[in-house]
Design a binder for this molecule. Structure first.
Ligand code: FAD
Ligand code: DLZ
Ligand code: SF4
Length: 511
């Protein structure tokens, strides 16, 4: 006699809210609602992906003999909110209790904590056991530590799940092979194409619905080639393991014009919405190493992202919320430039990353961190504006994973909880790790003047503007020493160029 609510990022039969479901008596509810589709103006492709995956999942449950109630977005009876749909479902049936797995985002978990009072039913919220480190285990790990560094968390997780371990020792004698994973792109890389599906009737219908109801949302709907079922998501994982994992490590940080996918896995959207289970991805990669089909630097690097970073980021989110959302350690105030929406800038790296984001609702980690995030950091853009952008543009974005990556990793707005120093860089890093600068109007080799790469002077301007925050950081000492060695003319040129650049940026001029 239970109503079991499944959210759009809980699309797996193993989810805790479906355990012990009675096929005869229970009703499973999924609903497409305005509140979830518009709390930020999600990328059109993200909405199409979530709605189509929800519809396919509902059909799979029906095929397995479960009773499913599904509210489509354009159902005239649709109340527009999750609470409204639960109320409607309770009124239609004789159900007296509601079971749901804990929402992954704070705002919704908080809202659900009041449902008990608002519904004529008992509401049971279950732990989300798809994650490999639950709240209390993360809090125990964090307790009493001065610094919450991912690396030490990751080692504990390797031990706990016995992943790539030889008894107590890491396979290969090292925990981390990152030093091997920073190769710049070489000419003529033959990057395999990413996994493709052709939209079926359900996806095609959803795309028309998205175009009709969300016309002013960011991003292109077409081409749409993402997996929308578990079977397809497993095929996407297979395709990564077979065609890209071998080279994943080597070019993990590399960026190439016209190659948005590089050797990354493109599975974050599937893991985050429940189509893939994180541990199965980890075990699959581990097996590939033991079978001799992929090198350790790639396999360890890939596993660290899921077992280490993903779990750590989620742990930080729940440890630090709700205050974390307000963090603005560097007092950044600037508005987000228009080119984050249009891609209309002469800065080629930014133009490429925004254009690819618009087309694919995807950009890989280094594009997010060292181009889009780095610019937002050194230009002093307000964290609220940057967070909103990152939360809506990517198909894998939910606040639990987006916020610590943006506020913590990219913007240093948490004052160093996630990162031990800011991920700020001049154009030299982008030039080393990409071929973007070759096609740029700005000159990466020029440090000052109107032709110079703006990252070059904005980087130093950022460090001077924020001296009080970083001068005492042992990892920044050498950088401040090299600034001190620069001439007064050079210091003035950095300040003048930055002033000119910000004036143009803030007045909406093309840059
Ligand atoms: P791969 O490079 O193939 O990595 C494998 C998997 O590891 C990913 O699928 C993902 O599940 C996990 N992973 C890797 N890095 C991280 C990380 N830093 N945090 C959490 N999981 C990680 N990831 C999201 O899932 N959603 C977001 O909204 C998001 N926003 C980000 C914003 C910024 C500013 C930055 C710097 C990173 C962000 N990330 C986010 C992390 C990372 O960039 C994406 O997970 C990754 O690019 C997804 O592509 P992929 O599946 O090809 O990943
Ligand atoms: C992302 C998303 C979107 C676009 N739409 C829905 C929806 O209509 N119904 C739903 O249940 N979930 C949706 N989601 C995913 C939710 O936003 C996600 O479950 C919460 O953010 C988790 O806290
Ligand atoms: Fe980006 Fe500067 Fe290179 Fe242009 S020159 S692509 S702005 S890093």
């Amino acid at each position: 006699m239970t109503l079991r609510l499944i959210l759009g990022d809980q699309l797996g039969v193993g989810i805790s809210s479906l355990k012990d479901t009675s096929k005869k008596n229970d009703l499973i509810l999924l609903c497409e609602v305005k509140t979830e589709a518009t709390y930020v103006k999600h990328h059109k492709k993200k909405i199409a992906f979530v709605f189509s995956s929800m519809r396919h999942f509902a059909n799979e449950l029906r095929a397995q003999g479960f009773n499913v109630l599904y509210t489509a977005y354009d159902d005239p009876q649709n109340s527009g909110s999750l609470l409204g749909e639960v109320k409607r479902a309770l009124a239609k049936t004789n159900k007296t209790d509601v079971v749901v797995t804990e929402a992954s985002e704070y705002r919704l978990r908080d809202e659900m904590s009041r449902w008990d009072e608002q519904l004529a039913a008992t509401v049971t919220v279950l732990d989300d056991d798809r994650f490999l480190c639950n709240h209390s285990a993360f809090n125990d790990w964090a307790e009493g530590r001065k610094q919450l560094r991912m690396e030490y968390f990751y080692r504990d997780m390797r031990r706990k799940y016995s992943v790539l371990m030889n008894d107590a020792q890491p396979v290969g004698g090292q925990w981390n092979f990152d030093a091997e994973n920073r190769k710049p792109p070489k000419e003529g890389l033959n990057v395999p194409s990413t996994f493709h599906t052709t939209p079926d009737a359900i996806t095609t219908e959803v795309m028309a619905l998205v175009e009709q109801h969300f016309p002013d949302h960011f991003g292109n709907l077409l081409p749409f080639h993402y997996a929308v079922t578990r079977e397809q998501a497993l095929a996407a994982l297979d395709s990564f393991i077979e065609t890209r994992l071998q080279t994943f490590g080597d070019y993990q940080d590399a960026m190439v014009q016209g190659e948005p996918w590089m050797y990354h896995s493109h599975i974050s959207l599937y893991i985050n919405c429940g189509l893939l289970d994180p541990l199965e991805c980890i075990r699959r990669a581990e097996r590939t190493y033991y079978d001799g089909d992929a090198p350790l630097n790639s396999v360890e690097g890939f596993i660290r992202q899921i077992l280490g970073w993903r779990e750590y980021i989620r742990g930080i989110y729940w440890l630090k919320m709700p205050e974390y959302k307000e963090a603005n350690y560097l007092n950044a105030t600037r508005a987000l430039p228009d080119f984050y929406w249009t891609g209309d800038t002469q800065m080629n790296c930014l133009r490429q990353c925004v254009t690819e984001t618009k087309e694919n609702a995807y950009a890989h980690h280094i594009q997010r961190l060292m181009v889009l995030g780095n610019f937002a950091l050194i230009a002093g853009i307000h964290p609220d504006e940057v967070n909103e952008w990152f939360l809506l543009v990517y198909a894998d974005a939910y606040e639990w994973v987006e916020l610590p990556n943006v506020t913590g990793m990219a913007l240093f707005a948490d004052g160093g909880v996630v990162a031990s120093k800011p991920y700020a860089s001049s154009g030299a890093y982008i030039n080393k790790m990409s071929d973007y600068c070759k096609s740029c109007l700005y000159k990466v080799a020029k440090k000052n003047g109107p032709e110079a790469c703006p990252f070059n002077y904005l980087y130093w301007d950022f460090l001077t503007r924020n001296r009080e925050h970083f001068a005492g950081n042992p990892r920044m000492g050498l950088i401040y020493k090299s600034y001190a060695r620069m001439s007064d003319e050079k210091h003035d040129a950095v300040a003048d160029d930055s002033r000119r650049f910000f004036k143009a940026l803030d007045s909406g001029q093309a840059i």
